[in-house]
Design a protein around this ligand. Structure first.
Ligand code: 16G
Ligand code: MG
Length: 546
């Protein structure tokens, strides 16, 4: 296999392995300090070519980003042909390529070819893009060098949000059925749907002004471009556009969600409707200031219920029999799950943390809404559902109102980036629904009240000794831990807690919720101590959160 040999010889000279630590392609690709990533990007370039060949020459994607991590970090996310994340089954190949010595690289590539039955002669195409980090240009070059070294054709799209690249990959492979495979095609698809849905809107409480924190990231230039397509139908005021602040520093969706406070740069006043994006534009949370002056977060759970109730109303009014469901993780606030099942009467599925799990599960429904509490989510429509919605909208035997509602469903569907969670697309749909219902943030927020919750980290000797089951809601090892948690939970009204090993950091995560903030804090602290004792904690014992 001369091709493999050539790629490896060239790569090892230019991009020698510079780290000896064991790395893994985890929950959402790989992320770390940018200094040592060159060889990793080169190797991921090689892998994306292998993956394209495996997919019979369809286009795959490679995004250079470390999402909400600090500006000094970078990383990579690999994209499958329909715009989803690379399948879990391929993560082991990525991990293997991240860790082999230069002298074993060729052997590892050969092993992938054999195991996956790849025809090495199939031409491969990979689309690449990057976020705004200082290291992104150089790392994109390393990835492109990897792609070209294996004879792959590379199309570099420069700066894009992660979901934009996912969209473009999908458009190319569906032969433009999903939309035009360009940045302009993306704006035009989403905004035409937005303008169409909102063209006759008459609102009194809903006001079109929105304040958006862009985390000083790649969404800043993209939202500026989007604005040109929206005319005045949505007034977007931009904050943290990268002109002075640092990427993800005291701003962005993760900062706002974790800190439960506004980002720096926004002077939050009553009556302002605000949203925060993360560094690569695949997460969004909303927030506002309540009448009593308190900060209020409208997180992924709140967005999911907003989407699900809207779509479920449209489905009912259009006379369609479609099975709509919502997918969450253990982090979803207990109040949201209760509201969805008991009031909305929509089925809820719970899956382990990580978007790939949610995305996969959402495919079990005709219409699957999925969101992580942290703001990553979207809606999937099965092929059959899309077909029946289209048919309903054009069925002349039905009355006009019914057909029109089916038409609204189609328009909503066109506003949604189904390939992956997308802050821009989610934002347009949230705004559409708020306008449709003529709601303020308070109205939206009033559906249910979140239980106070808290997150703790506990350092342990080896986090792999903690095993979980039931979508990470229970532990099966070490012995006695789950029993201890059960006992502690029973001591608090609405008490719920779980622990899981992080997939992105070397820590154990502890989540707890209860009727009051004080009780949630106490429960998290007590569970944290059990983890420390039973799972061989190291360093300082957990503290009672303030
Ligand atoms: C990654 C995941 C996110 C998950 C988080 C959990 C994607 C695109 N991102 O950021 O979904 O919530 O990891 O991190 O899948 P943890 O395992 O460290 O708690
Ligand atoms: Mg992100």
């Amino acid at each position: 296999m001369d091709l493999l040999k050539g790629a490896v010889e060239k790569g090892c000279q230019q991009y020698p392995r510079s780290l000896q630590t064991i790395l893994s392609y985890g929950t959402a690709g790989i992320r770390m300090r940018a200094d040592n990533l060159d060889y990793i990007l080169y190797r991921m370039g090689l892998l994306s070519v292998m993956f394209s060949k495996f997919r019979k020459g369809q286009v795959t994607g490679l995004m250079v980003t470390a999402s909400h991590n600090p500006a000094e970090d970078n990383g990579v996310k690999l994209i499958d042909t329909m715009g989803e994340m690379m399948p879990i089954a391929w993560e082991k190949h990525a991990t293997q390529l991240l860790n082999v010595g230069d002298d074993k690289l060729e052997f590892s590539l050969e092993a992938i070819v054999k195991e996956e039955g790849i025809d090495i002669n199939i031409p491969a195409v990979v689309c690449t893009a990057m976020d705004t980090r200082p290291s992104s240009v150089q790392l994109s070059k390393a990835a492109v060098d990897g792609i070209n070294a294996l004879g792959g054709e590379s199309h570099n799209y420069g700066l894009l949000t992660t979901p934009q690249l996912h969209y473009i990959v999908c458009c190319i492979n569906t032969k433009e059925q999903y939309g035009l495979p360009t940045e302009e095609g993306y704006y035009s698809k989403l905004t035409s749907a937005f303008l169409k849905f909102n063209k006759d809107k008459r609102t009194s409480k809903y006001l079109p002004g929105l304040h958006v924190d862009l985390a000083n990231g790649v969404s800043a230039p993209k939202i500026k471009a989007l604005k040109a397509y929206l005319n005045d139908s949505l007034e977007i005021n931009i904050y943290n556009d990268g002109s002075s602040g640092k990427l993800n520093y005291e701003c962005g969706a993760d900062f706002v969600k974790v800190g439960q406070c506004p980002p720096s740069g926004i002077d939050l006043q009553q009556g302002m409707r605000c949203a925060s994006f993360d560094g690569d534009g695949d997460r969004i949370v909303y927030f506002y200031k309540k009448k009593d002056g308190q900060f209020a977060l409208l997180d992924g759970d709140k967005i999911a219920t907003l989407f699900a109730s809207f779509l479920s109303d449209l489905v009912k009014a259009s006379g369609l029999k479609l099975n709509l469901g919502l997918v969450q993780t253990a982090y979803a606030n207990g109040s949201s799950t209760k509201y969805i099942t008991e009031i909305m009467k929509v089925p809820v599925a719970c899956v382990p943390t990580g978007v790939k799990h949610l995305h996969h599960k959402a495919g079990d429904f005709d219409i699957g809404v999925y969101f992580e509490a942290n703001g990553h989510g979207t809606v999937l429509f099965s092929d059959a559902a899309q077909k029946s919605i289209l048919q309903q909208a054009s069925d002349n035997s039905l009355d006009k109102d019914t057909r029109e509602v089916a038409g609204q469903l189609i328009t909503a569907m066109n506003m949604i980036n189904q390939t992956v969670g997308d802050a821009i697309s989610d934002m347009l749909l949230v705004e559409t629904i708020l306008a449709y219902r003529d709601w303020t943030c308070e109205d939206w927020d009033s559906a249910y009240t979140d239980l106070p919750s808290v997150l703790l980290k506990v350092k342990v000797e080896d986090r792999t000794i903690v095993k979980t089951t039931d979508a990470e809601r229970k532990t099966t090892s070490p012995p006695g831990l789950q029993e201890a948690i059960d006992q502690l939970m029973a001591g608090y009204k609405f008490g719920r807690a779980f622990v899981r090993p992080s997939g992105t950091e070397d820590v154990m995560r502890v989540y707890a919720e209860a009727d009051t903030k004080e009780n949630a804090n106490k429960l998290a602290y007590e569970v944290g101590l059990q983890v420390y004792d039973l799972a061989r904690g190291i360093g300082d014992k957990p503290q009672l959160p303030a």
